[in-house]
Design a protein around this ligand. Structure first.
Ligand code: FES
Length: 172
């Protein structure tokens, strides 16, 4: 009888959840570990580094890549304190603090959000409108400094530009 993992491999790759390049980085981590179930922590780590948090889509994708039940992915994500489930804000701003973005002034982006909205990475505004998270690399280093606002990549962005985009998202 085929083991679940071999079955997954036999049936081929699970589909990427979207065209977002970050999913390819998640897939690459799983592949590097032979898509073995014990690569779950590493794979979830990559999700968190790329997206700043884990949501259901990410957990489902990681689970299907490795052929483990979704419940196991949830179990690991909630057991280890270094994993963060999707932030609570209605809107989410992910600022990349990977090397390429960091040297192109990513800290200034974080400082601008903190000054204007009063939140640091990992926090949500008291009105629940905006969450700020950081990611280590969004897979778009050519666009440094990069951020993702509600799943839209904003590249080569200055603090004022990012604040304007955030404001537009909050008050369309
Ligand atoms: S370091 Fe920011 S996108 Fe790669």
């Amino acid at each position: 009888m085929l083991a679940l993992h071999s079955m997954q491999t036999y049936l081929g790759q699970p589909q990427l959840p979207s065209g977002d390049k970050r999913w390819k980085m998640v897939e690459a981590t799983a592949r590097r570990h032979g898509r073995e179930p014990n690569a779950l922590i590493e794979t979830l780590h990559t999700v968190q580094e790329c997206f700043g948090y884990l949501d259901e889509t990410a957990l489902r994708f990681a689970a299907s890549l490795l052929g483990v039940p979704l419940s196991r992915a949830y179990g690991v994500a909630t057991f280890y304190h270094f994993f963060t489930l999707k932030p609570k804000g209605k809107h989410t701003c992910v600022v990349c603090t990977g090397t390429a973005c960091y040297i192109k002034e990513a800290p200034a982006l974080l400082a601008a959000i903190e000054k204007t909205h009063g939140i640091k990475p990992g926090e949500t505004t008291p009105d629940g409108e905006l969450s700020l998270v950081t990611a280590r690399c969004l897979g778009s280093c050519g666009l440094a400094p990069a951020a993702v606002l509600d799943n839209v990549v904003v590249g080569k962005v200055a603090p004022a530009g990012l604040l304007a985009r955030v404001a537009k998202g909050l008050h369309p």
